[in-house]
Design a protein around this ligand. Sequence first.
Ligand SMILES: Nc1ncnc2c1ncn2[C@@H]1O[C@H](COP(=O)(O)OP(=O)(O)OP(=O)(O)O)[C@@H](O)[C@H]1O
Ligand SMILES: [Mg+2]
Length: 467
Amino acid sequence: MIGRLRRASIRTQFMVFASIVPLLVIFLIAVLPEPFIFQNEKMLMGKGAQIELLVHQVRSARNDDEIEHLVSASASSSLELKVLPWSDVSGELARQTDDHLSSDALQDVLPADFEAVVLENTSDGEGHSTIAVRLDAQRALVIGFTGADVSPSSLSAVVEFIAKASILMLPMLLLVLYISRMITSPLVRFADAARRLRLDGNEGEQFTAEGARELRTLATALNNMRHRIRKMVDDRTRMLTAVSHDLRTPLTRLRMRVERSKDPASREAMLADIDNLTTMIEESLQYLSSTVTAEPPRKVDISSLLRTIASEFCDLGHDVIYCGPERFGYVCQQKALIRAITNIVENAVRFGTKVAVELRNSPQGGAVIIVNDNGPGLEEGLEDKVLEPFFKVDEARSLNSNSGFGLGLSIADEIVKGHGGSLLLENIVPHGLRVTIQLPPMQAVSHQRSQGPVAKEQTLAHEVPVK
Ligand SMILES: Nc1ncnc2c1ncn2[C@@H]1O[C@H](COP(=O)(O)OP(=O)(O)OP(=O)(O)O)[C@@H](O)[C@H]1O
Ligand SMILES: [Mg+2]
């Protein structure tokens, strides 16, 4: 039943719940005022019992002394007793009666052979009332009640009302919570799936078609859209890769022809241009392959991976140190991660003279790789821009043979995102740039890449600088 309701259209779900809620409200209205309605009834019953007892005691008194004794004993309580001739009281009308405490109502709660009349019944909130009950042919017992001892406390009625209201409100609240959860949880799942969605061949990230009919239709439409976008991206990437690749052959032919040129000055210039073009094509191909290829993830020691990168740069004469644990097992795409970090360190040694590569345990359970340099850092506002492909801070430098094509950081960013992580650039004081790569816990990587479960094994040992 619940399952069918879950799969029904949102309109049907609303209609079902819209009919349940008024029913509950009607039930609430019907049940809640009960303590107030029966408050007077209870009061009357209490008075009736008291009157019956008193009349019985007075009637069974053997003489006037005993009656006198009873009357004086009642003075200590909140009752006022008097014995008067019945003729004095029977003619009197109740000075003020209300619906609930009339002579008739009193008669109903007293035994059938009792004759009673209400002499005074005030509605002053304190419930004072004087009642006369016939004892025998001549006498009547006049009983004066003061409110406190006979009327049930209105406080207890309020407490009862609150208790009943909470008993009914609780299921209503739970029902509303359940309904809102049932309707919104698929939307939250969609939002999550959309946030994690990548168009890089990760088949595991589909929108789940479950829940209400409209949501299932939406999930199917989103999956189709995702498939179409993915196909479009794949087609364009394939086309770009093919063009870039095919440019290599005419470039090689051009280089051979230029090398045969007689004019040494123009030959050098042309060869430099050809080199530039070749590098650009190589890097574009690298960037495109980083967004489409799916190198299988495997467990590697990223600590030794970082040490190797650092020592390779040291071999080229740069000052690069590694700080971090001696071993750090992590599941990743090894070649891709090496490329990402190499690109970052390449920039760092280009702009700075001292570079430190750090590895830390992330508080969330993953790994954090930090590359610090002592270069000039980035101008404010360029931290995100430099992650865009082909963006260079200083366009003029593109003519310089030392400059790149603005692809290094984009490639690194793509690779880190492919691992489910994030890349952050920030300037450091007094000068320099810090590039932080935040990698998620291994379970998240294995889940995202649709691989089997991977044991979490990370050892953070003492920091060893490597030069
Ligand atoms: N450590 C750094 N310090 C200062 N500026 C940097 C640093 N790293 C990158 N940049 C700036 O960010 C821009 C983009 O860097 P990116 O690595 O993407 O491209 P590139 O180094 O110019 O070329 P490529 O890496 O493709 O050879 C660079 O042009 C540079 O101006
Ligand atoms: Mg670079």
